[in-house]
Design a protein around this ligand. Structure first.
Ligand code: WTA
Length: 651
């Protein structure tokens, strides 16, 4: 990534003239957000309807041992009323959700705000009848179908806390989240069609529930109508119940700081942690960033290709767009089914105005050739977006030239599950773009670049170090579910007084920001965030594995691939069959997204004399950059490294 020398792309005159935020307005608003954060965020809070107005805007402390983050704390509101009911007066017949199914042969659906209201209320009434109340947890394990959005909004309506588990996760991973959140109900579907295949979600849920309390109930939505088993008393038939359920339901009055949802995400150590987001601050931030980052205007058709199982789906398919009264497109399928033209055909079919996807999808499609794109009419697109991982300049240029026809600004949005919404991105009508740069902080965000070891703030440009944020914003996560101490330790211990992002970053000579990737043991595989520790613990759970170390390595399409060093139990012989077995093992323990790309048999792992695995060395070998191993003098047995280099898999 070259930075200072990089070509810059200014916003078009038309964009600058019509966008919500142009360069001048950005400068003025950003300054206001720094000078008087309370005043700024008080004003922005008017984006949502409050039941009871708040008096205090912000009560935040980042000091270890006393970390608390409260926004609008004595106000009350309901998220589902904000995303649905308040639009009924002006836009009841406007489409809220366009649903595009996996197969282009099946009809798309257009769900109006009126229908969204009645469906959400029905689902809310069903959940209440199943015994779910305010503060109870509900797991959502669903395909990308409108019922997934109804389920989220229904939980929000009755004050239940939802936790979505991506449908690609295995029964074991699902069970861990049901137990971790002590959920009362799991909402699932019979099958999840994707790319022409169908995952048996109900069967997965059945398996997961074998490891959960007997009291957990299952609400099953019919998607394909395929065969499933049925457990009387435990399983509830959504479609039958919805036919009779009342289509009105009084929304619960929620405190601004009541949790809206938990979303499990990977960290550098241990098992995934439950990121907790709030009701008031989260919604204000999701709505504001959705409108301004994508320059969303009344009547636009907006499409984010993420899955609701990830935070991007929460903030930018459901909550942000619906709070803004937008038309949001929900796609069940994959970019390459039936062929590599699908994304662009959907854009053409529904006349999409803002299109938001991940670099991994762009790279995969770029490899298929331009015809798949150019045969479609993409003239409706005004703004393109990317998220999830750094985008390499080749992919950026292709996205810009071939998809955007050189007309559309690209918002490279940097953020995290923890941040609730975008923290850095160029704004379409305000900023120059540089391929691969996240450019500028959003309003209220104060990024700081710290020297990694001394924690000294680097104030001159250019600068390179770890990225922290100096103060809170309304969308920030509030705690780790059930483990506030872990929250403090993970984000506030290493760099006192700051929120530590886990990312490295460069600020170039112009003061623009470039994210350089994770500085911890988190890897980013096809935009899916994963802890290497999780894959390691899955591997060592296999009877033939004695020890395992997992690192990321550069992968052309996925961004990073999963590289595993595996030491077998004494007496076990390496073989291709065993490699396959281990790969499948990890898929069943975690899910297909965690499937190892390369497995190297390691007779030993490089360790310090105190027995700590030297990951730096393993990373270098996996990157095929073993010439630069650095200091190996602390190794207990240096010969181990020679064997690993000799038998490396990524040549
Ligand atoms: C990475 C996804 C570079 C980053 C919203 C972050 C990015 C992690 C970008 C969070 C981007 C996300 N440029 N890197 N535009 N967006 N990342 O929690 O390493 O799934 O820490 O949230 O993805 O991943 P998560």
């Amino acid at each position: 990534m070259s930075d200072d020398a990089a070509k810059t792309y200014p916003p078009s005159a038309e964009m600058a003239a019509n966008a919500h935020v142009n360069a001048e307005r950005y400068a003025q608003m950003y300054q206001a957000s720094m000078d008087d954060p309370d005043g700024f965020w008080r004003e922005q809070a008017a984006r949502v309807d409050w039941i009871k107005p708040f008096s205090q805007v912000k009560d935040v402390d980042f000091t270890l041992g006393n970390v608390h983050i409260n926004w609008y704390a004595d106000g009350s509101l309901n998220v589902s009323a904000n995303c649905v009911d308040r639009h009924l007066e002006t836009r009841a017949d406007q489409t809220a959700i366009i649903w595009e199914p996996d197969s282009p042969d099946e009809d798309a659906k257009h769900i109006s705000y009126r229908e969204l209201h009645s469906q959400t209320c029905k689902m809310a009434n069903i959940l209440r009848d199943m015994g779910v109340g305010k503060g109870d947890r509900v797991i959502i394990y669903m395909p990308m179908i409108p019922e997934a959005a109804y389920a989220m909004l229904a939980c929000a309506r009755i004050g239940a806390i939802h936790s979505i588990v991506f449908a690609g996760f295995s029964p074991d991973a699902l069970a861990a989240r049901v137990n971790g959140s002590e959920a009362k109900v799991v909402i699932t579907a019979d099958y999840a069609p994707r790319g022409g295949r169908a995952t048996p979600l109900k069967t997965n849920a059945d398996q997961a529930l074998l490891h959960c309390s007997d009291s957990v109930k299952l609400l099953v939505v019919k998607r394909t109508g395929g065969q499933t088993t049925w457990v009387d008393g435990r399983d509830f038939d959504y479609n039958a119940l919805a036919a009779d359920a009342a289509d009105t339901c009084e929304p619960e009055e929620m405190n601004a700081e009541d949790p809206l949802f938990i979303l499990y995400t990977s960290g550098s150590t241990g098992q995934p942690k439950g990121v907790v987001h709030s009701t008031g601050g989260y919604l204000v931030y999701a709505a504001m960033t959705h409108e301004i980052t994508f320059d969303y205007h009344e009547g636009d058709i907006y499409w984010c290709t993420a899955d609701v199982g990830w935070v991007t789906g929460h903030s930018y398919i459901v909550y942000g767009p619906l709070a803004n009264g937008a038309t949001t497109l929900m796609f069940e399928g994959v970019p390459t089914y039936p062929d590599a033209s699908r994304f662009w055909q959907v854009c053409e079919k529904h006349k999409v105005n803002q299109f938001y996807t991940a670099p991994t999808a762009i790279r995969a499609l770029m490899g298929q050739g331009n015809d798949f794109v150019t045969k479609c009419d993409l003239s409706s697109i005004k703004v393109l977006g990317t998220v999830g991982e750094p985008i390499n300049p080749e992919a950026w240029n292709w996205y810009n030239d071939v998809v955007g026809g050189g007309r559309c600004p690209i918002v490279d949005t940097w953020w995290q599950t923890e941040t609730g919404g975008h923290l850095m991105t160029p704004l379409p009508g305000a900023h120059d773009m540089k391929p691969g740069a996240a450019m500028k902080p959003f309003f209220g965000i104060k990024p700081v670049v710290l020297e990694p070891t001394t924690a000294e703030e680097l104030t001159a440009n250019p600068a390179e170090g770890v990225l922290c944020i100096a103060d809170s914003w309304p969308g920030q996560m509030r705690t780790v579910w059930g483990d506030h101490e872990r929250f403090e330790k993970t984000y506030f211990a290493d760099y006192p007084g700051y929120y530590f992002t886990g990312d490295g970053c460069k600020r170039d000579a112009d003061g623009d920001y470039w994210i350089t990737g994770r500085v911890d043991d988190v890897i980013n595989v096809s935009g899916h965030r994963m802890g290497t520790a999780e894959v390691e613990s899955a591997l060592v759970a296999h009877a033939k594995v004695a020890e395992a170390a997992v690192v990321g390595y550069p992968h052309e399409i996925k961004g990073q691939g999963i590289y595993c060093y595996v030491t077998l139990m004494g007496g076990e012989e390496p073989s291709e069959e065993l490699r396959l077995e281990l790969r499948n093992w990890v898929r069943t323990e975690i899910g297909p997204i965690a499937s190892p790309d390369l497995i190297q048999w390691a007779p030993g792992l490089p360790k310090t004399r105190s027995g700590k695995i030297m990951r730096r060395i393993l990373r270098k070998i996996a990157e095929n950059d073993y010439g630069a191993l650095g200091d190996t003098s602390t190794l207990a047995d240096p010969s181990v490294v020679d064997d690993l280099i000799e038998n490396r898999m990524n040549r």
